[in-house]
Design a protein around this ligand. Structure first.
Ligand SMILES: C[S@@+](CC[C@H](N)C(=O)[O-])C[C@H]1O[C@@H](n2cnc3c(N)ncnc32)[C@H](O)[C@@H]1O
Length: 224
């Protein structure tokens, strides 16, 4: 069964003295995710926001492979923001900015997106394993912000388990979905068609579905 973590550091995972947290799933999924992101990012430069960065490990790994991209990690959980900052200091890479405190339930995201101190128009927004472990309004805020902040050739990438035509793509995802809903009725594996409808309201269209290990997908959205 797919596992999920609401708060890293309280899940029995490693906690370093400087606050760096470790997500077990990161070690299993980062290569497959990067293979998809790289196809789009290769040869490009610009700003990329990761929404709901968690420990911060994905941003560090991806920034290492893409020196011409400026990465902006974000989260709203204090321990996670601390972990992201600690991983950033530990990596010492010039192309990772300090984490932004973004509550995705707020379509405005954060003041830095509006006051000139944050990223420029975004080449991409990447969000892994967030929208099914959060109320639907988080998906709404994520997509609204992406629609507003992506540049003309930008992409929104969503990684995680998804339903197709209201149906689970694997038994393990159905079991996972039930466990999420049991924990919080507002959580749950999202339907691709519902996300397409939401994306359309933000001027975005689904342009690719990439299969990932363990019955996960990456959905890629471009401007209409
Ligand atoms: C399962 S973790 C995934 C973390 C990371 N993306 C990964 O794949 O390892 C979900 C993350 O979403 C964040 N999150 C939950 N609700 C959020 C919200 N409303 N705004 C921003 N982040 C949120 C949590 O703090 C957590 O870091």
């Amino acid at each position: 069964m797919a596992e999920y973590v609401v708060e890293f550091g309280k899940d029995g995972g490693r906690v370093e003295p400087d606050g760096r947290l470790d997500a077990a799933a990161f070690h299993r999924n980062h290569q497959a995710i990067w293979a998809v992101l790289e196809r789009f990012l290769a040869g490009k430069s610009g700003d990329v926001v990761e929404a709901g960065s968690g420990t911060g490990q994905h941003v560090i790994e991806f920034a290492r492979h893409s020196p011409d991209i400026t990465w902006w990690p974000s989260d709203l959980n204090e321990q996670h923001l601390k972990s992201i900052a600690a991983w950033r200091a530990h990596a010492g890479l010039a192309n990772i900015r300090a984490p932004l405190r973004i509550d995705l339930a707020d379509p405005a995201w954060c003041p830095q997106m509006h006051d000139g101190s944050g990223p420029a128009k975004l080449l991409a927004v990447f969000c892994a394993n967030v929208i099914h472990i959060a109320p639907w309004r988080v998906a709404e805020g994520l997509v609204a912000g992406a629609g507003r902040n992506l540049r003309a050739d930008g992409r929104l990438f969503l990684y995680g388990p998804f339903k197709r035509d209201g149906r689970h793509t694997a038994v393990s995802n159905a079991v996972f979905d039930a466990s999420l809903r049991d924990k919080d009725p507002e959580w749950g594996v999202r339907d691709i068609e519902a996300l397409q409808e939401l994306a359309a309201s933000a001027g975005l269209v689904l342009n690719e579905i990439a299969g990932m290990p363990a019955n996960n997908l990456i959905l890629s959205f471009a401007r209409l």
